[in-house]
Design a protein around this ligand. Structure first.
Ligand SMILES: Nc1ncnc2c1ncn2[C@@H]1O[C@H](COP(=O)(O)OP(=O)(O)OP(=O)(O)O)[C@@H](O)[C@H]1O
Length: 558
């Protein structure tokens, strides 16, 4: 049966309320909202809640939503997390999306306040879940205790300037592939025919006559190899390619390819991965938020359980969107203003997608942004979807609040039908993936011998090559040290808040600063080395795609 998307509204208390502590919000929840909210706050409240409806700036919204005010993360989880857990128990996938203007509390709701997802917090609240934690870690806490024999794996992707990055692998860029065509890549080469060659080698994606002939020859050779049985039977192989290498063969839409996937066995793993995400995700400070996320963050958890000897794979997706932002209010300039424009335009596309789904339009513009491409299968019935609209109370936010509530009201009329996932033989599936991996690795090696990977132009200075490779290694080392130092700083800050003593915070903050400087320096040197004409020849798109496919298959077999 097609069900409406479960919508909740979370009202971030006025700034004064947050500073004064929980007791104000407790009173506020018990009493009639507007009057009590006016006491002891720095701003004036703008949102009124009357039974099931909300009004702001003269506009009333009657969509059926649970309205949560105050700082209590447990109540928020009851409204949003519970439907998700029931979906998982009934064999379906689940998705939770946090939407709202910048600073309205999306990250607070989805993950928790800055620096709260630490090992220190886990130890202090054991055996319970830390009270400040948001929906994602709370859901993991529940799943770890309910599905004790299930295998849990997590990956995390951020979308920044419409490009996907792997947050568990130093923000390395990720390809987005179509699930229906076995995660084939949708990106097209932008190089035009007649592109200049560098020392006789053609640039990636070159479409000149010679490259076109070479491509045709490669295709013919691969076909011949398949017919000779080296890549398996031709017809079967074609069918296999048609069947998706993604999680579910029947699913439509797009997915990132080859991102890092990490096992979760305990709440400690959840805290450790969450602090990696917090330390790696792109964030900056502006007038409306000290730590504003500049990217959309998609945390995907894969749960594999044993059902009568077969494996049932389900996914939970937690989406913390970047906030819509009025540049005049946030005061963003330069790169930050460009980030805001990119965030706003991807949210506009999401709005158009929701509008089209809600009004039953035949065309839904999923392809217009990376975010909507990745959410497509979930919105189309791949998952039970819940949305949390985050709004910030206060007259100064009225316009943005009305916009967010409008989005919520459009979202609340969208109906989708989440299918139950089917259990299947995991060993048989892994066998199929192994065969595909063998073929993909062979093709990758073949491409490398033909010079499709990153390489140095013939005749390059050997000492320059050595220094370039050394710098690349050094960058990796510095990046992992920076991540560890950032995580240690989060832990130290959490401990300092608890015991009221700064301890090693200053020392660690200085270390983070030094390492960041080191990373920036090496990145600058590498950029200069890469820009020496004809020194490094960038890998061809075909090779990049094949490499991502190999990583994806390894991930699926694991
Ligand atoms: N309900 C709440 N109770 C207490 N504090 C809150 C609440 N919501 C948000 N905050 C605090 O407000 C600040 C901004 O919140 P947060 O960073 O989650 O906003 P955001 O919507 O994710 O912003 P952006 O889109 O800029 O990333 C944080 O310090 C957060 O802890």
């Amino acid at each position: 049966m097609r069900k409406k998307i479960n919508t909740s509204v979370r009202i971030r208390p006025l700034a004064g309320d947050i500073e004064l502590g929980n007791h104000i919000n407790e009173q506020r929840e018990k009493c009639s909202l507007p009057e009590i909210a006016r006491t002891g706050t720095s701003g004036r409240p703008a949102i009124q809640v009357h039974g099931g409806s909300l009004s702001c700036s003269g506009t009333t919204f009657n969509f059926q939503a649970s309205v949560i005010t105050g700082e209590d993360q447990g109540r928020m989880f009851l409204a949003l997390g519970d439907p998700v857990l029931s979906a998982i128990k009934s064999g379906k996938n689940a998705t939770i999306i946090a939407y709202g203007q910048t600073g309205s509390g999306k990250t607070h709701t989805m993950l928790g306040p800055p620096g709260s997802l630490t090992l220190d917090a886990v130890q202090q609240s054991a055996p319970n879940c830390p009270s400040s934690w948001g929906i994602f870690p709370r859901a993991m806490f529940q799943i770890l205790s309910t599905f004790q024999h299930a295998k849990l794996r997590l990956s995390c992707v951020e979308i920044f300037h419409d490009q996907a990055y792997d947050l568990l692998n130093s923000r390395s860029p990720l390809q987005v592939g179509s699930k229906q065509s076995g995660l084939k890549f949708s990106s097209r080469s932008t190089h035009l025919s007649g592109a200049k060659t560098v020392n006789g080698v053609h640039p990636p994606g070159c479409r000149c006559g010679d490259c076109w002939k070479e491509k045709k020859r490669l295709i013919a050779e691969r076909k011949a190899m398949r017919e000779r049985g080296e890549f398996g039977n031709g017809k079967a192989s074609h069918r296999e390619r048609k069947a998706s290498t993604s999680l579910s063969a029947s699913s439509s839409g797009f997915a990132t390819v080859g991102e890092t996937v990490t096992r979760i066995n305990s709440l400690t793993d959840v805290a450790s991965l969450s602090s990696t995400i917090e330390a790696t995700r792109t964030a900056s400070s502006h007038a409306l938020n000290d730590r504003s996320s500049r990217s959309h963050c998609l945390i995907r958890v894969e749960l594999t359980s044993n059902v009568g000897g077969s494996a049932l794979k389900q996914t939970l997706l937690f989406v913390d969107l970047a906030g819509s932002e009025r540049i005049s209010k946030s005061g963003a300039t330069g790169a930050m203003a460009r980030e805001a424009t990119s965030i706003n335009s991807s949210l506009t596309v999401l709005g158009r997608v929701i509008q089209a789904l809600g009004t039953g339009k035949p065309h839904v513009p999923y392809r217009d942004s990376c975010l909507t491409r990745l959410l497509r299968s979930d919105l189309e019935g791949g998952a039970v979807v819940s949305v949390c609209i985050c709004v910030a109370d206060g007259e100064e936010h009225e316009d943005e609040t009305v916009c967010s509530l409008r989005f919520g009201s459009r979202m609340s009329v969208v109906r989708n039908e989440a299918r139950e996932e089917i259990a299947y033989d995991l060993a048989e599936e892994a066998e199929g993936y192994r065969e595909k991996l063998r073929i993909a690795q062979k093709e990758l090696a073949e491409m490398e011998t033909r010079g499709y990977g990153e390489m140095f132009a013939p005749g390059s200075n050997p000492s320059e090559i050595r220094s370039y490779l050394e710098n690349k290694k050094q960058l990796q080392k510095f990046e992992s040290q920076l991540l560890e130092a950032r995580k240690a700083l989060l832990e130290a800050k959490s401990k300092a808040r608890r015991v009221g003593d700064g301890g090693r915070v200053g020392e660690l903050a200085a270390r983070v600063g030094e390492l960041k400087q080191g990373v920036d320096n090496i990145q600058g040197i590498l950029l200069r080395q890469r820009s020496i004409k004809g020194f490094v020849i960038a890998p061809k798109q075909l090779w990049v795609n094949k490499q991502a496919q190999v990583r994806e298959l390894i991930k699926l077999i694991d």
